[in-house]
Design a protein around this ligand. Structure first.
Ligand SMILES: [Zn+2]
Length: 159
């Protein structure tokens, strides 16, 4: 089965974390790599792309380990992660942690910009306040939705 390969890859990732410069290690997103490897492995029996990515990733890790990592290597590594993540998202409907938060943040921020402009009519003053308001509003809306158990209805605030 594939589990031997996964174990080997996880070990390689751990070694990588221990050998690279402490400033470089966070950029490699080792924990994310581990999750991605496990996901790819679980799909690799049925999905030839996942299988291919897994083989490539192993080869890629072998090249990364043991030598000094240049900026290019880190970029290359990130690009690989992006390619794999987007395959997992598109083909296997997976979302990365932080995905929903980033949507909330961007909606909250746009709301904030609009509120900021409407109320303060001053983008310099309105923008930071607006963004804060937008995020806070969105958090409130989200809480209300969860309370009501309905993600689509936003109730009026009654004092
Ligand atoms: Zn796949």
């Amino acid at each position: 089965m594939e589990s031997e390969r996964v174990k080997k890859l996880i070990t390689m990732l751990e070694e990588l974390r221990n050998t690279v410069d402490e400033h470089v290690a966070p950029k490699l997103e080792i924990d994310k790599c581990k999750r991605v490897v496990q996901r790819m492995s679980s799909f690799s029996d049925d999905c030839k792309d996942c299988y291919q990515y897994l083989v490539e990733f192993e080869e890629h890790l072998r090249q990364l380990s043991g030598e000094y990592l240049a900026e290019m290597d880190v970029k290359h590594h990130k690009q690989k992660l992006i390619n794999i993540s987007s395959h997992l998202q598109k083909q296997h409907k997976l979302v990365t942690s932080g995905y929903y938060l980033s949507i909330y943040m961007s909606i909250g921020t746009s709301l904030g910009v609009v509120f900021g402009l409407l109320i303060f009519d001053n983008i310099g003053l309105g923008l930071p306040l607006g963004i804060a308001m937008g995020v806070a509003n969105w958090g409130w809306i989200r809480c209300r939705c969860q309370e009501e158990g309905n993600g689509h209805v936003i109730h009026e605030h009654k004092d």
